[in-house]
Design a protein around this ligand. Structure first.
Ligand code: MN
Length: 251
């Protein structure tokens, strides 16, 4: 089995080391990652600048986006992995945040290129990466897992897995979920630089979810469950196509 590991937190990120640790001994492992953190890039690609690839001790480092890394691995380096694993991201990728996530987008890029892919995120502090690595290992290899039954992996989407940041014995189990609603408060913070000029820093705190439904990703993680959400890249709003057609036909 050939595995390709990628992330959006950069080649030196502890989450990437944790992901490697979680798959160590399970086949041939290759790693490619951005040279610095490229979170929030979604599936951006670099088309108007050169891409520099460097071989480093832990794998390949590219001065591009997460999606660039996957393209480089498959089309530049001609690696032919059986699976792509993205992460483990430092921070959750829940609800609407998946639209911004480079971690999720790297996995989606893999599937677009025909390789089944899974995204992993840690919803908590870096101190829990060792717990997250254990969970990833269990999900992939110890349960009747996804990698041993690749037919379970979607061909037109990815599995987006979020792991709560808490001790292993506090994690209650695994839930298959759908995306919740993610809103933030105080997103644009206005500050002053040392020269007295104003700048803005984007951040904000997530608004706690209204829902208590455990089949919503945000709720499942908040309640101490590992959340697995299948995501597809066909974002066509199929339900309103008949109405739209009807409107056009009236004219
Ligand atoms: Mn990230």
């Amino acid at each position: 089995m050939k595995l390709l590991l990628v992330n959006d937190d950069g080649i030196h990120a502890p989450g990437l080391a944790a992901l490697r640790q979680s798959v160590q001994g399970h086949g041939e492992i290759k790693v490619i990652a951005p040279h610095q953190e490229r979170s929030g890039m979604s599936q951006a690609i670099t088309v108007n600048a050169p891409l520099r690839l460097t071989e480093v001790e832990s794998g390949y480092m590219l001065d591009g986006t997460p999606a660039d890394c996957v393209k480089m691995a498959l089309q530049g380096l001609k690696l032919a992995p059986d699976f792509i694993l993205s992460g483990i991201n430092l921070g959750s990728n829940l609800g609407w945040d998946v639209l911004y996530s480079g971690t999720v987008a790297a996995a989606l890029e893999g599937v677009l290129q025909g390789v089944p892919s899974i995204a992993f995120s840690l919803c908590g502090s870096a101190g829990y990466f060792s717990v997250a690595a254990k969970i990833v290992n269990e999900l992939l290899f110890r349960r009747p897992g996804f990698l041993v039954r690749p037919e379970l992996l979607p061909k037109e989407g990815v599995l987006n897995i979020n792991i709560p940041g808490m001790p292993r014995d506090k994690i209650k189990g695994v839930r298959v979920t759908r995306l919740g609603v993610r809103n933030y408060e105080g997103v644009m913070q206005r500050r002053e630089d040392p020269r007295g000029n104003h700048y803005y820093w984007m951040g904000g705190e997530p608004v706690p979810p209204d829902s208590k439904e455990l089949d919503v990703d945000l709720v499942a993680v908040e309640q101490g469950y590992v959340s697995i959400t299948p995501l597809k890249f066909d974002t066509t709003f199929h339900e309103i196509i008949p109405d739209l057609k009807g409107q056009l036909d009236q004219e």
